[in-house]
Design a protein around this ligand. Structure first.
Ligand SMILES: Nc1ncnc2c1ncn2[C@@H]1O[C@H](COP(=O)(O)OP(=O)(O)OP(=O)(O)O)[C@@H](O)[C@H]1O
Ligand SMILES: N[C@@H](CCO)C(=O)O
Length: 307
């Protein structure tokens, strides 16, 4: 049994346009690193955080909250220290809180010899995510832990479906450096949906999932539209409409808000188109005075991993 492990905990895109709170996919090179160390002293401690200013208190940091929930159930005869090397900016819309919540439970599980399966890890990680976003959802956690595309069939009981990734699918992302808290972006959404919107949305989710299963890029293109969250949230993201129109014109299959924003993602068939889309995103945002970063990423099939 090892006493310390270093892990890579990836960034993720939740919602994938139409799949509010249920669909997500895992990004490749963007993510946090964490070190989990076994200690003889019992309990959970966060001993180091680099990159961003986040709480060391285990009851206020999502990494601590999820680790504590798992620790209290498993009751191991040891304790754990957590070091977080944060690269994903909190409030960026690419699953910053999820990466930490997933990382601590994954690391502890690995040190204990893998007593829990991926769904059980997601269950404990959800406790941390619920603290950050004021809602228990797993659409960032599931792809971080399972890799690839995932669908959260239900949270109570937790049931996660792994979806296939068409071979040639690439993601392009832009992260405007403004912060949108998930809890605030959720508070913008109405409690009730018009039946006509609900019908469009569930038809789109069904066909997007079918498109992923059959590698039907045209169907994926027709299915990514979000009529539930985007109309309300896009107002928080400068240049959203302009960027989306330009990206679709450049050949992307679809473009939508990543999670609760401000990041925006596009899916493209082929790396070449994904790179062109990146140039277009750069071009649109260079008109603004908001600093931003762009990335092209494969869909990461492995998810969180030991380094
Ligand atoms: N380890 C942590 N990593 C990131 N955020 C944390 C952590 N611990 C606590 N937080 C708090 O969680 C909030 C950020 O979570 P939030 O869900 O709003 O953003 P996000 O995870 O980047 O977004 P999204 O879920 O849309 O991808 C901030 O208030 C931050 O202080
Ligand atoms: N499904 C969530 C993802 C962000 O955590 C939302 O859009 O609010």
């Amino acid at each position: 049994m090892s006493t310390a492990i270093k892990i890579f905990s990836p960034a993720t895109v939740a919602n994938v346009g139409c799949g509010f709170d249920v669909l997500g996919f895992c990004l490749d090179t963007i993510g946090d690193e964490m070190l989990i160390r076994k200690t003889t002293a019992k309990g959970i401690k966060i001993t180091k955080i680099e990159g961003f200013d986040l709480p060391y208190d285990v009851k206020e940091n999502v990494a601590g909250i999820s680790a504590l929930a798992m620790y209290e159930d498993l009751k191991p005869n040891c304790g754990f220290e957590i070091e977080i090397y944060k690269k994903i900016k909190p409030g960026s819309g690419i699953g910053s809180s999820s990466a930490s919540a997933a990382g601590s439970v994954f690391g502890i599980n690995a040190i204990l010899g893998f007593p829990l399966n991926k769904t059980e890890l997601t269950f404990y990680a959800m406790k941390g995510e619920a603290f950050a976003s004021k809602s228990e959802h797993a659409d960032n956690l599931a792809p971080a832990i399972f890799g690839g595309f995932t669908l959260v069939k239900s949270t109570h009981p937790l049931r996660i479906l792994e979806l296939p990734t068409p071979k040639n699918l690439y993601a392009t992302l832009i992260h405007p450096q403004i912060e949108i808290k998930t809890s605030e972006a959720r508070a913008l959404l109405p409690d009730k949906l018009k039946l006509s919107s609900a019908i469009r949305q569930w038809a789109n989710i069904g066909s997007l999932v079918h498109g992923l299963h059959t590698s039907d890029y045209e169907l994926i293109k027709e299915s990514m539209t979000d009529v539930v969250a985007e109309p309300y949230r896009k107002e928080l993201i400068p240049y959203f409409d302009k960027l989306k129109a330009a990206v679709l014109k450049a050949g992307a299959l679809g473009c939508a808000i990543s999670g609760s924003g401000p990041s925006i993602f596009a899916l493209s068939k082929g790396k070449k188109t994904a790179k062109i889309v990146e140039q277009v995103m750069n071009h649109v945002y260079s008109e603004s005075d908001i600093p931003f970063e762009t990335y092209v990423s494969k869909i990461n099939q492995e998810g969180i991993k030991i380094l």
